[in-house]
Design a protein around this ligand. Structure first.
Ligand code: UDX
Length: 429
């Protein structure tokens, strides 16, 4: 089938490249000329395992093209996926200006039937709004449909998640839209949840809020574990062994970040408020997440005493491993607070240093983990990159001014750390 992708970011590029790899003809559009020029040279503007290869392969086979023209994308694709960002506004509501603007531009270029599909995470009832924007912007009587098909891609595993979805959610309000999307997703084995637009839009916000709740729940458990001397990793194992609960997204740590959970939770909370529905439950998920970061800073303060004049090494900056994304990364709040109290920071991250330089000022960046440990009063683990699990602990101990390791992602075994003579602290243990 012929597909137009509007918005070539984390979601749009993965969606376009993967649909092309399944044999569809895809054109990815973005208004950022630099980004499109880079993509035409096969350069992907962010780190996502497997994506560059997929793009190069499908461009070579002429199934994937790039453009800055929305007109070209709309005339090319029968199905048009809206993948532009819906970032949080100051007041927490989702900022829909980008998706509304591209929808106006699509309407102005509609000549034949098109199915316009919300892929970006949008507040419930956005689909209705987009349909009326199109009706107002149409030149002449052109048939169209609006549908919802949210993505459940995790950064760092987005390509894998695209090809192996747990489910495909299709929110449609016409037979024609249903047939087009069922045909498009025919190569997939995953179950299709076929529903109306509003239910489909709610599924995404509800899913992300539930996953964030699981993380905040185990982080709340980590707080009582620290008070009573229990081990949250054991509690997570014991509770998660229940098939109805499951152990995924049950790792206690310094909390969730990323471009989705924080903003989706906030947007969902605002929607509840707007509908005069109780939003305290959702607010509590975010509040616990903030407390995890403050508790971690408090832990550093108590272990190091006055921070002024102390040097602290930080391993990991990205909001999670296998990505260079710094959006809402817990490391930013934590390091800024330590810096504000006079600590000097040396930080290393395998992929995110160039992104981190845009949001973390006044810290020194190291070329590797050992460099970030040299001569520091304590080293913090802020992102659980695999390479940190394999560090030479003897070498680390020699490099540290004081053998203090404060692990925000529980990647080390307390017994092993004790044997190596470290003063080792972690979350909920
Ligand atoms: C998430 C959803 O998983 C995905 O379905 C949706 O489409 C987009 O948002 P993503 O934000 O890329 O994906 O990352 P994810 O792997 O979900 O992790 C989000 C945050 O939770 C990260 O900061 C991670 O460190 C944290 N996390 C995750 C925990 O603190 N504990 C866990 O057990 C799991």
């Amino acid at each position: 089938m012929k597909i137009g992708i509007i918005g070539s970011g984390h979601v749009g590029l993965v969606t376009g490249a993967c649909f092309a790899d399944l044999g569809n003809d895809v054109i990815c559009m973005d208004h950022d000329k630099r980004k499109i020029r880079a993509l035409l040279r096969g350069k992907v503007p962010f780190y996502e395992p497997g994506l560059t290869e997929l793009i190069l392969k499908n461009c070579a086979q002429k199934r994937l093209q790039f453009t800055t023209s929305i007109k070209e994308a709309v005339h090319f694709g029968t199905i048009i996926f809206l993948c532009v960002g819906t970032p949080p506004r100051q007041d927490g509501h989702a900022d829909l200006s980008a998706i509304e603007n591209v929808t106006k531009a699509i309407a102005a270029n509609l000549k034949d039937y098109r199915l316009i599909v919300e892929k970006s995470t949008v507040p419930v009832k956005t689909g209705k709004q987009l349909a009326s924007i199109i009706r107002q912007g149409l030149r002449g009587k052109v048939p169209f449909d609006v549908a919802s098909n949210s993505e459940f891609l995790r950064e760092g595993q987005a390509v894998q998640d695209f090809f192996n979805p747990d489910r495909i959610v299709l929110g449609v309000n016409s037979k024609r839209a249903e047939q087009l999307l069922v045909e498009l997703y025919q190569p997939f084995k995953a179950p299709i949840v076929l529903t109306d637009l509003e239910s489909a839009e709610l599924i995404k916000h509800a899913s992300n809020s539930f996953l964030a709740m699981k993380i905040s729940f185990i982080n709340l458990m980590s707080q009582i574990c620290e008070k009573v001397g229990a081990d949250v990793t054991k509690v997570a194992e014991g509770v998660g062994a229940d098939r109805r609960i499951g152990k995924a997204f049950f790792n206690a740590g310094i909390g969730f970040g990323g471009s989705c959970f924080p903003k989706d939770l906030l947007a969902f909370t605002r929607i509840f408020e707007k509908l005069s529905l109780p939003s305290r439950f959702l607010e509590e998920i975010s509040r616990i997440n903030e407390v995890q970061k403050s508790n971690f800073v408090e832990r550093v303060r108590t272990k190091l005493g006055k921070l002024k004049g102390k040097t602290i090494g930080a391993l990991g900056l990205s909001f999670k491993p296998d990505t260079n994304d710094m959006r809402f990364a817990p490391s930013v709040d934590i390091l800024n607070r330590l810096k504000a109290e006079g600590a000097k920071i040396k930080a290393y991250d395998p992929r995110a240093i160039s992104e981190a330089k845009k949001v973390l000022k006044g810290i020194q960046f190291s070329k590797d983990a050992y460099e970030a440990c040299r001569g520091v009063d304590a080293v913090l683990i802020l992102t659980e990159w695999r390479e940190f699990r394999e560090l030479d602990l003897k070498r680390i101990k020699k490099l540290l001014k004081r053998p203090v390791v404060i692990d925000g992602r529980n990647i080390y075994d307390p017994e092993v750390m004790k044997k190596h003579g470290f003063h080792y602290y972690s979350v909920g243990r």
